[in-house]
Design a protein around this ligand. Sequence first.
Ligand code: F6R
Length: 606
Amino acid sequence: MCGIVGILGSKPVAMDLVDALRRLEYRGYDSAGIATVENGHLERRRAEGKLRNLEHRLLEQPLSGLAGIGHTRWATHGRPTERNAHPHMTPRVSVVHNGIIENYRDLKAELSAAGHTFESDTDTEAVVHLITHELDKGQQPIAAVQSALSRLQGAFALGIIFAGHDDLMIAARQGSPLAIGHGTGEMYMGSDAIALAPFTDTITYLDEGDWAVLRRTGVDVFDRTGQSVTRPQVKSVASALLVDKGNHRHFMAKEIHEQPDVISHTLANYLDMGAGTVNFPDLGIDLAKVERVTISACGTAFYAGLVGKYWIERYARVPVEIDIASEFRYREAPLQPGGLALFISQSGETADTLATLRYCKAGGQHIASIVNVRTSTIARESDAVLPTLAGPEIGVASTKAFTCQLAALACLSIAIGRARGTIDAAKERELVTALTEIPRLISTMLRDESQFEALAHTLSKARDVLYLGRGINYPLALEGALKLKEISYIHAEGYAAGELKHGPIALIDENVPVIVMAPEDDLFDKSISNLQEVAARGGQIILISNADPEKAGCKLAAHIKVPDAHDFANPLLYAVPAQLIAYHTAVIMGTDVDQPRNLAKSVTVE
Ligand code: F6R
């Protein structure tokens, strides 16, 4: 989603703003812009499309100024044109905004009636005119912003600079994250610490409702009531090297290859591998008494949760309710007070997941979250946090965060099972050992990607692709299809293998590749029966399995060989071929692998 940055610098800031925006590219965007203030005068440059277009614009029409704000825009209100790109401004004030101002229509009508002329289709412009209106009434910038903030409904992270004030920037957050960076004689703000990493590693995260007045000498933070508050300075781990792809062509490839390491780190956080036991943090709730788990998440994180449901129900014998966060939130599900509600999110900022968390909290649930960004809002609003140690995930398509979410969920299911006595010590050792082997097995698979490259050539010619899986492999089929469609733009759907004959089988012909995820587990024979139903209708079958391909009993278009592993740990292993298939297909298709069209990394709007 949109990224914002701001610099109160000691040298011209335009190129540093672009550099910081480049570090926010991973969030997804379709236009960009910067504005600076110099000798009291505001000016801006904006461009449709990628940051290189903005850079060209800046080469043709340089922008000086020691203070400025920048923005990468992921369109919500109004097309991704230059006219709608941020910063938005009047001669008095310039604003960058991440989020959605829900009452912008009312504000626009009111301000238009008062004589303000709007030039874009965005919700953000209402903020610009609201502040200008207050300034026109004679308010000073800080008071004008404070009045304006009290009128805004919705979600926002704002960066604001003013004509006539070269040493002033105001930042505000409600619903969208915002970090303040401390420099020496310079100050910064940005959507996350990664954007600020080249300038500083000393960060203050604003709390919900906070707003901050930055000057080169420091920052004053206020809460939503206007009370001065102190928020801690922390050292960010977002090093300046984070945008480095290493030897890889894309961040996605790098992140796929990091999985053996980051899964190990995540497992080590929850397991004593030597002893073969779980070593689970105290969730602040007695796991032996948990009667129901409610899981909520979006997209790939939701599919991780779906795998978690299979694990928790099978091994811990606790019923799990799971729903997509955007649905859960509005269906008014009854909640039994004292239940465990689990939220899964890489970014920890996904608007729907956060809203559902708050709904569950209000419903008396004990809140636990599996998050990758420990400083995120979801982490901070949870009673207990189960971190994934995936490190920053830059590729928009989630890979290593997904498998680390699976690792945390697998450990959680053993922990609940042990607490409830559904898993004895011997079984615990068996399951822990199974997980411990996964990083090595993934490394083996990553050694040679030629089978995936070959398959990608076939898939790149397809218009539609189906993924099938049974039992715990069903969520992996959903994830495989999501990964393929989001980065290759080939239409793909995942189905429960047994559901095929209830409708989707009508789609099968010789042009439709059908990828079957079928480890040789207790459901293997049933998956093979479904595979043969496809073969009988001429579908091109691609089998992903550790089994001998002869066992398919029919001609296969391809067989992706997966190493043997314990059934329990298979989901972590089978996630990887799905990632590699999507990745290599997208490379052949020539799409923007790390920043696929229309997608955003951190979805901070509903
Ligand atoms: C797909 C993908 C998305 C995210 C979803 C939730 O590859 O990355 O489906 O999983 O937007 O995001 P988080 O995990 O940040 O809540």
